[in-house]
Design a protein around this ligand. Structure first.
Ligand code: AHR
Length: 517
């Protein structure tokens, strides 16, 4: 069986022009280091006899010849929509098209197009048994990345966000075999139910055990868990997140938190497997491979064939996570096929476009993007040229160089507290972001301890649940905030106008991004 599928896979690889060496490398799951985009994951699944029947990505083509739209965005200013396609057939997302279309306003992702030709697009999820709807749509800018050096955006699922298709074509039903993979941000998760991608109920209700077969990622322990403290890749099979054969704990399912995480699930009659790995290098590990769970209702399965992203089968929508690409197949993919897909993924070259809190390390160059919608999600924190004030204003990669440089900061060890940070201007060396009478200015470090205190901010989880907030080290209830497009330190309610509780959480939450300048 395995030999046959390997031979078929090898023939197809050679037929698509891949070198014999490459084919051998892929079949042995060795990560390719530099691979031309001659084929996508779905070409590999097809060659293995398990074709994609759904293929979603906001970052790249999943077939070597795909040249259609990847996703659609809608902007807040006039509700116009725009399809975002590729830079070239089989290539990478045209993120600049999104930047141009959404400049000066805010955009959400309205459609994730299915590249498989089956029409299994994902759109705004409707209400379900567990929660009303329609669900929120993802902010189109909150998950910036690069793929092979090309800027792209992932799907940032904040709690309340969800996509679904209840009228699909070709997705497994009943006990039919299927496979799926997704690339997630392994650092963005929570314990809510349920950040899923995969097969679910067609009526958005919990219709019983075995009616789902979806990838789950997060640290929810209500139904099951693996080793360590999570997060875990698990299988959402309905009324249960499964990490192995047992309901509950299975030691074989490790905690995984790679910045880019490949998660794989496949299931057929009385067999299923969970696999995963680093989407940037190396092969896959098998977390579970065996019979269906030893709990009632999961053998045979009762899959219904809807597709969900970011939510549970009954539209439970308390979870968060980030999705970059994923597919579902018809048929149970061989391990060799999945290994070849993983080699394709690692060769794709995913990289962090947003530095996140992890890159708030001394020496990093970053920009800070506002998160308040709809006014300000294209706005960055910058210093003025005409005076020393610090403000927010709209900017993107195409902005004048001076604007981009004014919005670029070098992270320094906190001047007053080494566990916090200070921000030095990238184009005015020696000048730091500091507050004075609670307003933000760019001033030269005069070495005084008062200046050090005023210029030191302690990163915390975003007050709105998104991004990062920056607490003033010497006014511990006050956080870096924009208010009427000017920057202050502000508490959530207080005597200054900028202490207004309106939008305080969003105004004090920032995305740490790659530097504009
Ligand atoms: O199986 C876990 C969750 O249980 C499902 O996603 C949801 O439909 C139900 O609440």
């Amino acid at each position: 069986m395995v030999k046959l599928s390997i031979r078929r896979l090898g023939r197809a690889l050679l037929a698509t022009g891949a070198t014999a060496a490459l084919a051998v490398g892929m079949l042995t799951a060795t990560a390719a280091t530099s691979q031309a985009a001659t084929q996508g994951p779905c070409d590999i699944y097809a060659a293995g006899g398990t074709p994609c029947v759904a293929a979603h990505s906001t970052t790249r083509a999943l077939y070597g010849t795909y040249n259609g739209p990847l996703y659609q965005v809608r902007r807040a200013s006039d509700s116009a929509t725009r399809d975002i396609g590729l830079l070239s057939a089989g290539g990478y997302a045209n993120a600049a098209a999104q930047d141009d279309f959404c400049a000066g306003t805010n955009c959400v992702i309205t459609v994730l197009y299915d590249q498989s030709g089956k029409g299994n697009h994902l759109t705004q999820a409707p209400a379900g048994g567990a929660a009303g709807g329609p669900d929120n749509l993802a902010n189109a800018f909150e998950a910036p990345v690069t793929v092979a050096g090309h800027k792209a955006y992932g799907v940032y699922v904040a709690p309340g966000t969800g996509y679904r298709n209840n009228h699909t074509n070709g997705i497994a039903t009943g006990d039919q075999p299927e496979g799926m993979y997704a690339i997630f941000d392994g650092t963005h998760f929570n314990g809510g139910c349920c950040f899923d991608y995969g097969n679910a109920e067609t009526n958005s209700l919990d219709t019983g055990n075995g009616h789902m077969e979806a990838l789950y990622f997060g640290n929810n322990k209500s139904w099951g868990s693996g080793s360590g403290n999570g997060p875990w890749v698990m299988a959402d099979l309905e009324n249960g997140l499964f990490s192995g054969v047992n309901r509950g704990f299975n030691a074989g399912d490790p905690s995984v938190s790679n910045r880019f995480l490949t998660a794989m699930l496949k299931g057929g009659p009385n067999q299923w497997a969970l696999r995963g790995g680093d989407a940037r290098s190396g092969g896959l590990s098998t977390f579970y491979n065996g019979v269906r769970p030893n709990a009632t209702g999961y053998n045979p399965m009762h899959k219904e064939g809807a597709i969900i992203l970011g939510i549970g089968g009954d539209n439970s929508k308390g979870a968060q996570g980030t999705f970059y690409e994923g597919v579902m197949t018809s048929g149970y993919p061989s391990d060799a096929t999945e290994n070849a897909v993983q080699a394709n993924i690692t060769a794709a070259g995913y990289n962090s476009g947003s530095t996140g809190t992890g890159t708030l390390t001394p020496g990093s160059r970053i920009s800070l993007r506002a998160t308040t919608a709809p006014c300000c999600t294209s706005h960055y924190l910058r210093h003025n040229d005409a005076d020393t004030k610090v403000v927010i204003s709209a900017a993107n990669d195409s902005s004048p160089a001076i604007d981009k440089a004014d919005a670029t900061w070098i992270v320094r060890t906190g001047l007053a507290d080494t566990s916090c940070v200070s921000f030095e201007s990238a184009n005015s060396p020696g000048q730091f972001l500091r507050h004075y009478n609670y307003q933000l200015y760019l001033n030269t470090d005069n070495g005084a301890s008062a200046f050090a205190q005023d210029a030191t901010f302690c990163p915390t989880a975003g007050n709105s649940g998104t991004g990062t907030s920056f607490r003033s080290v010497n006014f511990s209830t006050k956080y870096l905030r924009h208010y009427n497009y000017t920057a202050y330190i502000a508490s959530n309610g207080g005597s200054n106008p900028w202490d207004s509780t309106n939008s305080w959480a969003a105004d004090t939450s920032w995305l740490v991004t790659v530097p504009l300048g």
